[in-house]
Ligand binder design. Structure first.
Ligand code: TRP
Length: 332
């Protein structure tokens, strides 16, 4: 793949878990190690879409930074930068002209927004919830990203970014290249209850920083079924198959082969093997995390460097936008 500027990111709502790792983090680390320019946005303003309080924000940003570094994202040795929405003035300013390029109907029919509103059980839908895909377009376009790794649920947002880019180019002047999605290959990691995506809010997640005891306890309690023999059948036996998939992600061995090895030893054995595998998999990550935890000032250096770089690029983009929109006022 030719050299790309890649943007990826998430909302800082808590520490990262195995769903994040196998869903997106592993992929980002691979892209980083292939030498691409990787930007990661900690989407702090996006937290305001479905919650009122920012009390935990600072702690969540700390946790997410520690998780990133522990997993091998490396802003000092690689071309990787990590920044926060709230530190990039020019990025946020792009939201204003961009909002004029989409209709209310387009915002309201975004399927991801609809399902997020539903699952968050919101009594009031604020303007930030409805417009965050436009803000996300500002993330993507202000950095002039060429490639955006996304899960399927983020595809509608990328489509809005592409729509905004082409409408802007048409209405004013060509400023933006259209970013491409890089669809991650369907690694939807289910939680330990096997019936929903792994997520902190559903209380079914194994965090990257969890202790061995917690992991053992969680996996012991994971839902299975009554069939004493283990085989891989994601449709008929979603819970058991999900545990096999997690074991596959940690060991790289095929689900069918793992199932065959466990066979009639049943779900007790499956859980024992999964606990051991998860603990072994997370051990080097947790060891690295401990080193970074000893001196949190490294996190300041990471953000300072990332924010500065993102500001530089976003400022340049905003200048091009201003020129195209004829909002540079200088009279002679
Ligand atoms: N909306 C994304 C999520 O919830 C996070 C995000 C914000 C993002 N800005 C982005 C992802 C830009 C990719 C590119 O996961």
């Amino acid at each position: 793949m030719k050299h790309q500027r890649i943007l990826s990111g998430e909302r800082p709502t808590g520490p990262l878990h195995l769903g994040h790792y196998f869903g997106t983090l592993a992929n980002r680390i691979a892209l980083q190690n292939q030498g691409h320019e990787l930007f990661i946005v900690i989407a702090d303003y996006q937290v305001l879409t479905d919650r009122k309080s920012c009390e935990t924000l600072q702690d969540n940003v700390k946790e997410i930074l520690l998780d990133y570094l522990a997993c091998g994202l490396d802003p000092f040795e690689k071309t990787t930068e990590i920044f926060c929405h709230s530190a990039i003035g020019s990025l946020n300013q792009l939201l204003v002209p961009f909002l004029s390029l989409v209709s209310k109907a387009e915002l309201e029919r975004n399927p991801t927004i609809k399902s997020e509103i539903q699952s968050a059980n919101l009594s009031v839908i604020n303007g930030s919830m409805l417009t965050y895909p436009v803000h996300q377009a500002a993330d993507i376009l202000s950095l002039q990203s060429t490639l955006v790794p996304v899960g399927e649920d983020q595809l509608p947002h990328l489509e809005i970014a592409r729509t905004i880019a082409s409408r802007f180019n048409e209405r004013f002047e060509t400023v933006f290249a259209l970013p491409q999605p890089l669809l991650s290959e369907g690694k939807r990691i289910l939680g330990l209850n096997g019936n929903a995506k792994m997520s902190k809010s559903l209380d079914n997640a194994i965090f990257l920083k969890s202790s061995a005891e917690t992991i053992q306890k969680q996996i012991r309690k994971a839902k299975t079924d009554t069939n004493p023999s283990i085989f891989f059948d994601p449709v008929g036996r979603p819970e058991v198959s999900n545990l096999l998939s997690l074991l596959h992600f940690c060991t790289q061995e095929k689900e069918e082969k793992l199932a065959e090895q466990i066979g009639s030893q049943g779900s007790g054995k499956l859980k024992e093997r999964l606990s051991d595998a998860v603990i072994a998999f997370l051990q080097p990550i947790q060891e690295k995390r401990k080193i970074f935890e000893k001196d949190l000032r490294i996190l300041n250096a990471v953000l300072q460097k990332g924010n500065q770089k993102a500001n530089e690029i976003a400022d340049q983009t905003l200048n091009l936008v201003k020129k195209a929109m004829k909002t540079c006022y200088f009279f002679e």
